[in-house]
Ligand binder design. Structure first.
Ligand code: G3P
Ligand code: CA
Length: 249
């Protein structure tokens, strides 16, 4: 089942949670996205030294916590010592770097989760991800995306029912041509919003692909994307997009 709204409005996809108003990739940011009425949550993952799936954008802890060091050289216990909220605002002090399992436990099943695999092809991470999705019964209503499409092909081999989404930033003419190059069924295309045009979106949607563009924060650009028939908008401000969609419905 595709959880697009009956009105054919695009999905409101909270980028790293409501990243514009809360510390990215924390449970606080995901809760805020949910409170603001998002349809889906986008997040990023890395693997810890001891094989836990950690929700964090960068390969290091440095930018988004009070700890330094590379995520895959730290254990979960070490990562849990970090404060991941204070850097954003004192009111978020004490916020922890979450595991993907914690996010699965927080987010209701009707809310889609877009898990972006960071870094390049890493067999250990994909194996851990497939195991977790099976153990938590979370294969449905999750889309796995990555700029490294090899990761996605491998995920599809591990979990044939999983939805995969191609992330890209290059100026490629037709989205659907890109989808065809993976050799496995693709659920969605995740282009940089700067690289899309109406014709591309129409072609992709006609071929049954969802098109989720990132990252659109400006109200006028959100309206342009809605007008282009986009299937989902990845935004740091899900509340702003929800208000625009309410006015237009
Ligand atoms: O998934 C869309 C977008 O999140 C990709 O870029 O750097 O924000 O992870 P980035
Ligand atoms: Ca991302």
């Amino acid at each position: 089942m595709i959880f697009t709204m009956a009105t054919n409005q695009p999905l409101v996809i909270a980028h790293r949670g409501a990243k514009g108003e809360a510390p990215e990739n924390t449970l606080a940011a995901f809760r805020l996205g949910l409170e603001q009425g998002c349809d889906a949550i986008e997040l990023d993952i890395h693997l810890s030294k001891d094989g836990e799936i950690i929700v964090i954008h960068d390969a290091t802890m440095d930018r988004t916590s009070d700890m330094t060091g590379t995520v895959n050289k730290l254990t979960l216990a070490e990562i849990k010592q970090a404060d991941a909220g204070k850097w954003f605002d004192e009111k978020y002090a004490g916020e922890k770097v979450p595991t993907l399992e914690e996010v699965f436990d927080l987010v209701p099943e009707h809310i889609m989760i877009n898990v972006e695999i960071k870094g390049s092809y890493n067999r250990k991470l994909e194996l851990a991800l497939a195991d977790l999705m099976k153990r938590k019964n979370r294969v449905h209503n999750v889309v796995i995306s990555s700029f490294d499409h090899k990761c996605l092909v491998f995920m599809k081999l591990l979990l044939p029912d999983v939805r995969i989404g191609l992330l890209y930033d290059c100026n490629i003419g037709r989205h659907s041509a890109l989808a065809a190059t993976t050799g496995v069924p693709v659920f969605s295309l995740h282009p940089n919003a700067k690289r899309i045009d109406k014709e591309d979106v129409r072609d992709a949607v006609e071929q049954g692909l969802q098109v989720y563009a990132y990252t659109i924060n400006d109200a006028a650009k959100m309206e342009q994307a809605i007008d282009a028939g986009i299937s989902g908008i990845i935004t740091d401000f899900p509340g702003r997009l929800r208000e625009i969609l309410k006015k237009g419905s």
